[in-house]
Design a protein around this ligand. Sequence first.
Ligand code: KG4
Ligand code: ZN
Length: 334
Amino acid sequence: NEKELILAIETSCDETSAAVIENGTVILSNVVSSQIESHKRFGGVVPEVASRHHVEQITIIIEQAMEEANITFADLSAVAVTEGPGLVGALLIGVNAAKAIAFAHNIPLIGVHHIAGHIYANQLVEPISFPLLALVVSGGHTELVYMKEDGHFEIIGETRDDAVGEAYDKVARTLGLPYPGGPHIDRLAAEGKETIDFPRSWLEPDSFDFSFSGLKSSVINTLHNFNQRGEEVKKEDVAASFQASVIDVLVGKTRRAVKKHEVNQLLLAGGVAANKGLRHALEKEFEKTNVDLRIPPLSLCTDNAAMIGAAASVKWRKQKFASYDLNGNPGLDL
Ligand code: KG4
Ligand code: ZN
């Protein structure tokens, strides 16, 4: 078979997804089944509920992805799956499905790191070029990753406490917004004004690490104080002020990292990359520079299997296959 066709599976959190990717760049199918509705009433992802949904959905979603791509298992070059990080019970469903397919059809198995997937989502839009820097912002991660070549990841900064998406979701919850709160804060922020001066956590002057728990506490305390004084505060203004603090730090640290590492490409990745305020601020920051800023479309920012297929293609080319010992690893290193 001339074409490289990879079936990719993603079940690390609350999305059951399968995709077929050609040559690491072309999406033949990308089916995503979200469980958000089931987790909403709990205000967050419940691991047990997530596993159950994955079990129910996985076969249907894989069949649909194969059907939409209009291929059979015999056409596949390999089957790839997110091996971590994520919820262990959720990861296991995808890993076992991938192993079964690899074994039954005698094709290579590829394990993919979830964050590598988020970064390589950009490859599904246009080829990426090295060295590059990726700003990964999701519900579980906030990282600045330097890549000098394909498949080579160096974390130069990461969060010391909450991930940025986690901070969004917790602040949203305090404001009485539904889960996941990120998109709601984003929408409200566009209607509000920065009336509250929330702290910016810069840490040590030379550090590329992040910290968002202080900001989160500050928002919660501020709302509490307003309440106690019986004063009204507009949710829109709280959202705008919170988002301004987040964006200042993310953009500020990224600006410094890009300078220090002299990259000419900057990739935005992860669920929070869907944030309009952040996208706009980065575009504005880098439009008059030589830095080639890449931001994936919204559908490729949040969890999906297409991005896993794109990252798997790099391993396919290097023949980095997994054995049948492959396991879900919640704390997998990039
Ligand atoms: O990458 P993702 O789908 O799952 C993880 O791997 O964590 O990211 C989900 C996170 C959630 O915290 C959600 O609130 C956040 O991304 N998110 C946003 C927006 N859309 C999704 N945060 C801010 N603004 C948005 N527009
Ligand atoms: Zn993710």
